[in-house]
Write a protein that binds this ligand. Structure first.
Ligand code: FES
Length: 369
């Protein structure tokens, strides 16, 4: 069973009721945040901490952080992600990462693993690999996300691209331990030979279990995902629950192929790394974004969302996932039009709450920040 704690113990209920009665907030500790955070910036009433146990290089662009969360951290299920909080140059920054290890590793050893691609020109992911050591402490949210890869009555097909293998590694390790007779198949795409993360490990898990199959695909040699290849590898693919994780372009292509092949949408599960792509050439990029509370403004013209735009001019809006899930970056738009890259909709011109990380300004926009 997944290691999710039952939060409904009588003690927790009593605490919540007492706290609500006293300060109308479910968590008394949140009132201490403004007092404690100036001295301990990673401290948060709603989050946890973890000690870095290892920083392990996987290849030239990816590395794994092995973390030991504090005992109260509630655990996770394969496919979920966490927000990692660190302090860089005195500023708290957060990024979301899928957990690449199995829940059973956490139960047994108390550790979890995050496998991270150092983004080209990224501000945080390349820096983390250098900055974190075995004595570092980081902040950690509870596990989040609905991309939970469950044992089901139907077989499971996992389609991964690049570092999108991380949630599937978690599942495969877990499944090998707790439900070895679940039929599951992995199609893992990388750009070239040797580009597959955990290649030996994945082959070894599947070699030892007749219910698991792995196809490591080298797109330079075999091309991208196509229905023809899928039919050759898995003729009964229509019987599978299909999970897809990887770069946005790959997700879009795979999803389109599956929908064209009349795979039922309810049997397709998707996890994106980053907000959905947007065709900036279609947008009116002339104009200025005004952040009225901080009295700062930024000229449009670069292909960026409002969160990046604000950070580029030195603002520090609250944020978490940076892909439209957590709503931590929600902000009041006072006027102007924004384009939502998740819903593919334009906003009205008036006041409304928007998510900075998935909103692209269109013309003149005023944001309450
Ligand atoms: S940062 Fe999570 S929704 Fe924007």
């Amino acid at each position: 069973m997944p290691n999710i704690q039952n939060n409904n113990t009588w003690l927790q209920k009593a605490y919540t009721e007492f706290s609500m009665a006293l300060v109308n907030n479910a968590n008394l500790k949140s009132y201490a945040e403004p007092l404690i955070q100036p001295f301990f910036p990673l401290w948060s009433a709603s989050d946890y901490r973890a000690q870095v146990k290892q920083v392990r290089s996987e290849n030239s662009s990816c590395y794994t952080l092995v973390l030991k969360p504090t005992k109260t951290w509630p655990g996770f299920q394969p496919g979920q992600y966490i927000e990692l909080h660190v302090i860089k140059n005195g500023v708290k920054v957060s990024r979301c990462f899928s957990i690449s290890s199995a829940p059973e590793q956490f139960t047994k050893m108390g550790t979890i693993e995050l496998t991270i691609r150092a983004q080209d020109n990224g501000r945080i992911t390349p820096w983390l690999q250098q900055a974190l050591t075995e004595t570092s402490t980081v902040g950690l949210s509870a596990a989040q996300g609905n991309f939970i890869i469950k044992d089901r009555s139907r077989p499971i097909l996992m389609i991964a691209g690049g570092s999108g293998i991380t949630p599937f590694r978690s599942y495969l390790h877990s499944q090998a331990l707790i439900k070895p007779t679940q039929t599951a198949s992995l199609l893992y795409y990388a750009r070239n030979q040797g580009g597959h993360l955990f290649e030996q490990e994945l082959n070894s898990i599947c070699d030892n279990n007749k219910y698991l199959t792995t196809h490591l695909m080298n797109t330079a040699k075999t091309g991208h995902f196509s229905l023809d290849k899928l039919q050759q590898q898995l003729p009964n693919y229509q019987d599978y629950d299909i999970y897809i994780c990887g770069p946005n372009s790959m997700i879009k292509d795979v999803n389109n192929v599956l929908l064209d092949a009349k795979v039922d949408e309810k049997n397709i599960f998707i996890e994106r790394f980053g907000p959905a792509p947007v065709d900036f050439s279609q947008l009116d990029k002339a104009g200025t974004v005004n952040f009225n509370q901080s009295n700062k403004s930024a000229e449009l013209g670069s292909n960026t969302n409002l969160l990046d735009l604000a950070e580029n001019i030195g603002l520090q809006p609250e944020h978490g996932c940076r892909m439209g899930i957590c709503h931590k970056c929600s902000c009041r738009k006072k006027s102007g039009v924004v384009y939502n890259t998740l819903t593919n909709n334009y906003s009205d011109t008036g006041q409304e709450d928007i998510q900075l990380c998935v909103s692209v300004p269109v013309g003149e926009v005023v944001i309450e920040l």
